[in-house]
Write a protein of this length. Sequence first.
Length: 103
Amino acid sequence: MAISGSLTVKWKTTPKLTTSSTVITGSTAATSLDVSAGAFNFVINGSGATGPFQGSNSGASDVVAGSTGPGTVAALATTCASEKGLKGLTLTSPLSGPGASLG
């Protein structure tokens, strides 16, 4: 699906970077449900980036992947359906494969 907006990746390095965040402009995203792990997974494809670690083409081939983590789908569905709704979401590295590929 086509998306708009950006994703900020904060880096912690030694020594510290002058600019510690990469901002990736999203172009498309894909989501999936891992029934066996009970996790919701996503992959965001970039069309450009600013900051450090842009890859070889200024972020045009950047890909960021993540997961809600094992056993989280039922709790997320319950929270989303509640009167208060979902206030925030902590994401983890994907259950398989790399978390980021910086073109």
